[in-house]
Design a protein. Structure first.
Length: 330
């Protein structure tokens, strides 16, 4: 059986995909399959993919379905013992597969997490989140249970590309990415991570994330409307799996903060639309049995945001309320 299935969903990545593919094909570990999902690209992405002649490449050519569906479609045919994800504008270092495979296989883990380094075209940069600095030093040399991370669970990077997964583990828990939305990594991470029994971390940079204007994390545009449905899916996962009461305080803060930060940073033309999505979500919460949990467990800034959304009828009214009655950040 193949050791690793590398899954690469791509949409209009003609500027970067050649480097991404080459970074996989040149790996020091050679026993892999590269499943590329061309998600309805309209530029020269498909031509670039077809220019490679390597029988380890498996191509899925589909109409545009989004990143979640693309990854799910690849998972259906993945034949490797382990699964990794690579975005079409990023790339691996030469020993990425060898190092990740050696870690997860030797320690018999369900998931191993490694470091990411950013590249802007001129040089490399690090940050604490992608460097896994939130993990105490003792975690670096041992296998641990995800619930050992209770105190910092919501400070762990959710990126699927930062991890290697045991494939039969993903199959056994029926792991799937949410489809039809962006930020699909987030619910997928929390579900798979908290379902895992054995996890390890690798304090080495194995993945290079390219920083550019078109990347989802660099521009707060209409994609950030999906912070609302992604948060709703997350809540359902925690409730359905009996994790809600365990993580209630940090979970509710995390749920509020995603759309809250998005509303502050999103382009002006999308603010009303995002406000309305948040308001609809909060109105459904107000009618649910969880409403008092929000009022009793949110810090003052997040509680005020929550209540001001409910009080207001449109974004401008909310903006006035939220500005004139500001509270200290907590």
């Amino acid at each position: 059986m193949t050791k690793i299935s590398v899954i690469m969903p791509v949409f209009n990545e003609e500027r970067y995909i050649r480097k991404a593919i080459e970074s996989v094909l040149s790996q020091s570990l050679t026993d892999f399959e590269l499943i590329i999902v061309n998600d309805g690209s309209t530029d020269s992405t498909l031509d670039i993919i077809n220019s490679f002649n390597d029988d380890r490449i498996i191509l899925i050519n589909q109409q545009n379905q989004g990143p979640g569906a693309s990854r799910n479609n690849a998972l259906k045919i993945a034949g490797g013992d382990y699964v990794m994800f690579l975005d079409g504008d990023d790339f691996y270092l030469r020993d990425t597969l060898k190092t990740a495979y050696g870690e997860i296989s030797s320690k018999d883990c369900d998931i191993s997490i490694f470091q990411i380094i950013k590249y802007d075209g001129d040089g490399y940069s690090e940050n604490s989140w992608f460097n896994l600095d939130n993990f105490p030093e003792e975690f670096e040399t041992r296998v641990f249970n995800p619930h050992d991370c209770r105190d910092f669970l919501f400070d762990i990077s959710v990126s699927a590309a930062q991890k290697i997964f045991r494939r039969d583990f993903l199959e056994n828990i029926n792991a799937k990415f949410p489809e039809g939305i962006y930020f699909e990594d987030m619910p997928f991470f929390f579900y798979t991570f908290l379902k895992a029994k054995r996890v390890s971390i690798i304090k080495r940079h194995l993945y290079v994330r390219r920083k550019h204007e078109g990347s989802i994390t660099e521009s707060v545009d209409s994609k950030f409307l999906d912070t609302v449905p992604a948060g709703q899916i997350l809540m359902d996962i925690f409730i359905e799996n009996g994790w809600y009461d365990i993580y209630l305080f940090d979970l509710l803060a995390f749920k509020i903060n995603g759309p809250r930060y998005a509303l502050m940073g999103i382009e002006e033309k999308y603010k009303e639309s995002l406000y309305l999505l948040i308001k609809k979500d909060y109105e459904s919460i107000k009618l649910s049995s969880y409403y008092n949990d929000y009022l009793e467990n949110l810090g003052p800034v997040k509680r005020k945001f929550f209540k001001d959304i409910l009080k207001s009828d449109d974004y401008q009214e909310f903006k006035t309320l939220n500005q004139t009655n500001s509270s200290p950040a907590k």
